[in-house]
Ligand binder design. Sequence first.
Ligand SMILES: Nc1nc(=O)c2c([nH]1)NC[C@@H]1CN(c3ccc(C(=O)N[C@@H](CCC(=O)O)C(=O)O)cc3)C=[N+]21
Length: 294
Amino acid sequence: MATVIDGKAVAQIIRSEIADEVRLLSQKYGKVPGLAVVIVGNRKDSQSYVGMKRKACAELGIKSFDVDLPEQVSQAELIKQVHELNVNPDVHGILVQLPLPKHINEEKVLTEISLEKDVDGFHPLNIGKLAMKGRDPLFLPCTPKACIELLQRSGVSIKGKKAVVVGRSNIVGLPASLLLLKADATVTIVHSHTSQPESIIHEADIVIAAAGQPMMIKGNWIKPGAAVIDVGTNAVDDPTKKSGYRLVGDVDFEEASKVAGWITPVPGGVGPMTVTMLLKNTVEGAKRYIEQNN
Ligand SMILES: Nc1nc(=O)c2c([nH]1)NC[C@@H]1CN(c3ccc(C(=O)N[C@@H](CCC(=O)O)C(=O)O)cc3)C=[N+]21
């Protein structure tokens, strides 16, 4: 049976380390890290994620700046708000919750976020640096960073290992594969046009599942003893639940946990760590900003 990696517990430990840093910053400089969380429209999932982020800020002594804009807001108005946050000295990190409504060009908006405040690591220049050897972006994207941190804190070494990333999104699959490459893994990306993904996944010592397909990866696709990090958070109907749904990963946990060496559950795996990495990036950004401008 696999060791189940408790993302919630690891996140708790890191959050207390972050809270210590926040206290140090306020003792030393009398300043508090600030995170702007921008949300457009009222998608239920986005509201819930943003709520978790704001709550986590409050718990750690990070000041959150809430910007809530209506679904119909123009791209120009959204960018104007971003520009104001860029020059606000109390804001050290800016997060624009994705996805944005269809009439807004996401890349254009993300490009307007000041590089020094890009705590999501989604600015094209930060992603470009991530892809270059010998260069480091100012911030690593939160979910990929969470995956690496979970592997490291579980004692799984990455160097020289065969890693397979399932999915190639800009926010998870692609940057996760670049981070694994930076950590000296041999990396393969499996996506919707890959033929026989199961045989490729079966070779992997490390699997990062970020396809957004509920329980797509079966137990017999996993190499015995492999480390399996499941990024999927798919809501599936469940009439036995009060909410009417439950969250499942991209991996069939029931089957895969009998074969893998390590596995993350959904919920309680990567999710809580993603939010924690955002807080960590915010405090790192605040430290850099305060020390430079002091
Ligand atoms: N600019 C931007 N940055 C993001 O980081 C970003 C985004 N947009 N858009 C949406 C995705 C999704 N995402 C999650 C964060 C936390 C959980 C999480 O904590 N999940 C809990 C479950 C929570 C529940 O029960 O609903 C868990 O897995 O245990 C999941 C997903 C961040 N995203």
